[in-house]
Design a protein around this ligand. Sequence first.
Ligand SMILES: NC(=O)c1ccc[n+]([C@@H]2O[C@H](COP(=O)([O-])OP(=O)(O)OC[C@H]3O[C@@H](n4cnc5c(N)ncnc54)[C@H](OP(=O)(O)O)[C@@H]3O)[C@@H](O)[C@H]2O)c1
Length: 233
Amino acid sequence: MNVIVTGGTKGIGRAIAEAFFQIGANLAICSRNQADLEALKKDFDQRREDQSVFIMQCDMSSKSDIISFAKEVLNQFSDIDVLINNAGVFIPGAICDEEEGALDLMINTNLYSAYHLSRAIVPNMKTRRTGHIFNICSIASKIAYPNGGSYSISKFALLGLNNVLREELKPHGVKVTAVLPGATWSNSWAGVELPRDRLMEAADIADSIICAYQMKPSAVVEEIIIRPQLGDL
Ligand SMILES: NC(=O)c1ccc[n+]([C@@H]2O[C@H](COP(=O)([O-])OP(=O)(O)OC[C@H]3O[C@@H](n4cnc5c(N)ncnc54)[C@H](OP(=O)(O)O)[C@@H]3O)[C@@H](O)[C@H]2O)c1
């Protein structure tokens, strides 16, 4: 089984990579920081010799980087079973007050990343009539909230992309699942003074994805909505 995780070095992406590694997957992982990628590869390689981990530095807000990444991954693993569109950036703000360029940055990183990479990888899945794409959206894909700003716009759009892909790929045997987490511990929450158990653990998001992935070909989980037990922050 060959699995792509964008932004797989930290947070939710890292937990998803770990969960697929645990069930025997080969991994293709990108992020912008080469040192983080090498440390991640070293960690996985030390644990299993029979699973391969391909890493590549890639800025998912850049179309040319995404196309190069897809090409390299398809060279490494001729078939792709799972694509996790996870890389994303969260800059809080309000539409009328946030810095110029905030929308461009978050649309590029949170939406176009998934659009370009899916277009590059889907033909491989369609030909084989199998595959599963998970788009890491957010509760902010459904609910507008103060300080959500352009992040929320980009995540509403990502859910739109997800839903269109789901309809398009239904007849081709390819599954598409939107994952909508609420507040989950990661770098995005660094410095926030809250008890640890007020937020979710990234491993729980990853486990829900593995459950959805392991269903029979006749069933697809279309949406995973997962929130802190005490509700949104
Ligand atoms: N944490 C939450 O509460 C929460 C809730 C709902 C949804 N989400 C979504 O879950 C996803 C992961 O979030 P997270 O909280 O786990 O974030 P995180 O801890 O900041 O990790 C983000 C990962 O993506 C990579 N990344 C960021 N920008 C990138 C770019 N332009 N190109 C390539 N890689 C990039 C980062 O590595 P580099 O920085 O080295 O590139 C890192 O590996 C995001 O789409 C986020 O919107 C998070």
